[in-house]
Design a protein around this ligand. Structure first.
Ligand code: AVI
Length: 337
């Protein structure tokens, strides 16, 4: 009595707001025109992404949940008691519950996400549902180079005890190109080694990473071109966001969603294609588009099992265990620092 429901602590390390304006000016002026996929995730984009994960064609989410449901107990056994779970790009924090439910006495949870309101609501729900768990919501772009260079990494770790498990589900690592992915894994590997173990009996931390695997291109094509058009709306929301936040004049009907699998590069590319010659204003500037010209908005890399293990090894991380679904669509890697 007298106490409200459990709440997550909150720490705001989000990049400066003008980052979006600068990136849009730079990205729309470049050839080919490019915008970073991290800008998809404003409040509306996060909502649309959650709807993508419900589409029957978008297999990664349900497949990864299936692997966690099937093998979560084995994962929890391997990770051991008293873990501190740090989730990168935590979004709605749904999947981590499958892990938290099975871990023995988890010490703490740090959710890191760029989408502030979405993050806080999800972490508050988690704190309410797991009363013994110390929950911290950290608003930051965990894929941003500034975050990667380490400034924002230490606070949550020094705050909590226990073996560190960096949980990075959803194949978000696939949204980095292989060079960035290597830098990203190397940085977390160094951080895990620097941060622990602090007690003689504490085992080294690691990363539990969700990785989307190479497969029949038709399945990949369908996953990024769902029949209900939610992925198209998600992609086009980037232009709506520019209109909302940077006084843009994009006509959403004058651009089309395009997503295709490039088997040579092992990646799905998403673009926004200008349907006609047009001039658009954004962030105080004018941009001329020719019919058919595109803005490249996302890459989503797909790996083979040995390919991703090799990437981990180059980053100084050992793939101790891998779990996949029966159809080999998706994998979870436990990479030890
Ligand atoms: C978040 N990320 C792993 C998703 C992906 O599949 O690359 C984002 C997404 N883009 C289109 N659909 C989903």
């Amino acid at each position: 009595p007298g106490h409200g429901p459990a709440r997550a602590s909150f720490l705001d390390l989000a990049p400066r707001e003008e980052g979006f304006r600068e990136a849009v000016l730079r990205g729309l002026s470049a050839r080919p025109r490019t915008l970073s996929a991290t800008f998809f995730y404003d409040a509306e984009g996060s909502r649309l992404f959650d709807r993508i994960t419900d589409q029957p064609e978008y297999y990664p989410t349900q497949t990864e949940i299936g692997i966690l449901a099937q093998s979560g107990a084995e994962m929890a056994d391997l990770l051991g008691p008293g873990c501190q779970v740090i989730e990168l790009g935590s979004g709605s924090s749904v999947k981590v519950r499958l892990l938290l439910d099975r871990l023995k006495d988890p010490a703490g949870y740090v959710g890191i996400d760029i989408s502030r309101a979405h993050l806080r609501a999800a972490c508050d729900r988690l704190a309410a549902d797991y009363p013994g768990l110390d929950v911290l919501a950290l608003c930051a772009d965990c894929l941003h180079p500034e975050f990667l260079s380490g400034i924002a990494v230490p606070p949550p770790a020094s705050r909590l005890p226990g073996r560190r498990v960096v949980f990075f589900p959803g194949s978000t690592i696939g949204n980095l190109d292989p060079v960035e992915a290597l830098a990203f894994l190397s940085l977390w590997g160094r951080w895990l080694r620097r941060a622990g173990p602090r007690a003689a009996d504490e085992r080294p931390g690691g990363l539990l990473v969700g990785v989307d695997l190479r497969k029949d291109p038709a399945l990949l094509h369908a996953a990024y071109n769902d029949a209900a058009g939610v992925t198209a709306a998600f992609n086009l929301n980037l232009l709506a966001r520019i209109n909302r936040e940077l006084g843009g004049s994009f006509d959403l009907d004058a651009f089309a969603h395009r997503a295709f699998y490039d088997s040579d590069r092992g990646r799905v590319e998403m673009h926004l294609v200008s349907r006609r010659d047009q001039i658009v204003r954004a962030a105080g500037r004018s941009f001329a588009f020719q019919a058919g010209e595109t803005i490249h908005t996302e890459n989503s890399y797909k790996y083979t099992l040995p390919g991703f293990a090799a990437l981990g090894a180059r980053a100084g991380l050992r793939a101790e265990r891998t779990w996949t679904d029966p159809d080999g669509l998706f994998a979870l890697f436990w990479l030890v620092a």
